[in-house]
Write a protein that binds this ligand. Structure first.
Ligand SMILES: Nc1ncnc2c1ncn2[C@@H]1O[C@H](COP(=O)(O)OP(=O)(O)OP(=O)(O)O)[C@@H](O)[C@H]1O
Length: 493
């Protein structure tokens, strides 16, 4: 049944996706391993040969794959993408290796599998993956037999969905977004190269695609190319084997805008670094723009030649930080709207408060909530979100502390946490403070004097007054009751 379900989903996706996309990303996947997760529905585990493909499939196709599988199975299906183990490359049976002597093909297959494993951006990868070809060749779609050449429409390798319009702005990405907008408007001028760094899933890839898409919108003839660092490595390997470095130069040196993702992957790849250095110099000399992303700032890169890292730092280096609560709420609201299912604000707040790691995880949590609502035919409420995210929330095993209550209430009413301890008395501050005191009494074991102490050394009678006041009002005031409900649910996880 596992096989039938996967085959059915592939047939459906083949019909609805552009052929090129289906052939490139979906068809080469091995059948999913499907298991029953009880009340949660099914889990479909798919092995993907390398990190680049994993990220791409996750960001571009997993909601659709989950939806199609869910429709066919008649219950929610969660898609889990994992890297294929090195002994068994996921594509081994599907994708013919290029014709080479048998032993060379085997060496190449092993090397690809090893490289796939190494493609996880951890600092230690450099020490494992330092050798030059063919281990550098991990992720180039064009090199595999079944993957057709990129069509003219996608010669830039840009994802049209990743634009400035779909990128939610906030404090966390303010600098990077501003610089990126600037480059899109006047490439080759300031901030060249632009180096964007930050943790996983924070929107670096999205931002560089946005620049490319914007530039092409303004100037359809601009020569723009987006690629993941692994694809550049792969190109170097290919040209190294064929001794066609002129082709490589011709391809990269003529660009107006080069967008290159995850340059930390260049670690230990000397030949690649040399070619990148050449491309870099050539592009900057003719005032073409280069934007790079990485998981760390240039000086933090390991096993990359200093003449490169110092050049990476010679334009503008900006960080993308993890989004703060308000931005996470905004992202959830915007993504849900884009999916055609508006999310109530209290639910967005609940999810955002509980999922903090990065935007990719936020998207995953949202998908779960939306799928859960769809399949259970229930309205999206905090209660439902809590059910849908049960596993995730239980992992957090949160303990309710007064500090946590103060922070959550301050976030909710948009005041500073410091105002919880301050002597300020305006109602806009005093009321949230009373609410926090009330919740501290309700949700923790602390005594009134202890709570008073934690609220800036206030007397226990002040706490008692707040507890009685808010408790009494809650009975009559539905809006307050609803707000307290949201806060309680959020705090209890
Ligand atoms: N500010 C934002 N607004 C809307 N969507 C966002 C934002 N930031 C990130 N995303 C979305 O989150 C997902 C992960 O972002 P992206 O792939 O750009 O992260 P990344 O920083 O490149 O991660 P990695 O280092 O793992 O490659 C994407 O689907 C992206 O569209």
């Amino acid at each position: 049944m596992s096989l039938d379900l996967w085959q059915g989903a592939c047939d459906r996706l083949a019909a609805e996706l552009p052929e090129q996309q289906f052939l490139t990303w979906i068809r080469p996947l091995p059948p999913a391993d499907i298991s029953d997760a009880g009340a949660e529905g099914l889990v479909a585990c798919v092995r993907v040969p390398n990190r680049f493909k994993l990220d791409w499939i996750r960001s571009q196709y997993s909601p659709r794959i989950e939806a199609v599988l869910g429709e066919l199975a008649g219950k929610p299906v969660r898609l889990e993408l994992a890297l294929a183990p090195r002994e068994a490359p996921a594509n081994a049976g599907v994708r013919p290796l290029p014709s080479r002597p048998h032993s060379a093909a085997r060496v190449l297959a092993n090397a690809m599998a090893v490289a796939s494993q190494q493609a996880v951006p951890v600092p230690s990868q450099a020490s494992q993956g330092g050798s030059e070809p063919p281990t550098e060749d991990a992720a180039e779609p064009a090199r595999s037999g079944t993957l057709p050449q990129a069509p003219v429409t996608n010669r830039h390798r840009l994802n049209p969905v990743l634009t400035f319009d779909t990128l939610v702005a906030g404090r966390a990405n303010q600098m990077a977004r501003t610089a990126a907008l600037h480059v899109a408007g006047a490439p080759g001028a300031m901030y060249n190269p632009l180096f964007i760094y930050g943790g996983v899933g924070l929107g670096k890839t999205h931002l560089v695609h946005a620049v490319g898409n914007q530039l092409l919108k303004d100037n359809p003839n601009a020569r723009v190319l987006y690629l993941h660092a692994e694809q550049f490595i792969s190109d170097v390997v290919k040209n190294y084997q064929r001794k066609t470095f002129d082709e490589l130069k011709a391809k990269y040196h003529q660009l107006d805008l080069l967008l290159i993702d995850d340059v930390q992957f260049f670690a230990g790849k000397e030949r690649t670094q040399e070619e990148f250095f050449n491309a870099f110099e050539a592009l900057l000399a003719k005032k073409a723009h280069i934007i790079m992303t990485s998981d760390t700032y240039p000086k933090g890169l390991v096993d990359i030649d200093e003449r490169l890292t110092s050049r990476f730092d010679s334009g503008l280096t900006v960080a993308i930080e993890p989004p703060e609560l308000e931005m996470r709420v905004a992202i959830l609201l915007s993504k849900a709207k884009a999916e055609g299912t508006p999310l109530p604000e209290d639910v967005a707040f609940f999810v955002a408060k509980n999922v903090r790691a990065n935007v990719r995880e936020l998207e995953g949590a949202l998908r779960k909530v939306l799928a859960y609502a769809k399949f259970s035919h229930k309205e999206i409420t905090i209660h439902l979100a809590r059910e849908a995210l049960k596993d995730l929330l239980s992992i957090q095993n949160r303990q309710i502390s007064v500090e946590n209550i103060q922070k959550t209430v301050a976030d909710f009413y948009k005041i500073k946490v410091a105002d919880m301890y301050s002597k300020k008395r305006p109602a806009s501050i005093a009321r949230p403070r009373q609410i926090a005191m009330y919740l501290a009494k309700e949700l923790t074991q602390k005594s009134l004097p202890e709570i008073g102490e934690l609220f800036g050394g206030r007397d226990h009678t002040t706490v008692l007054h707040a507890v009685r006041k808010i408790g009494g009002e809650r009975q009559k005031n539905t809006e307050l009751n609803q707000q307290l409900h949201v806060l309680e649910q959020t705090l209890k996880g």
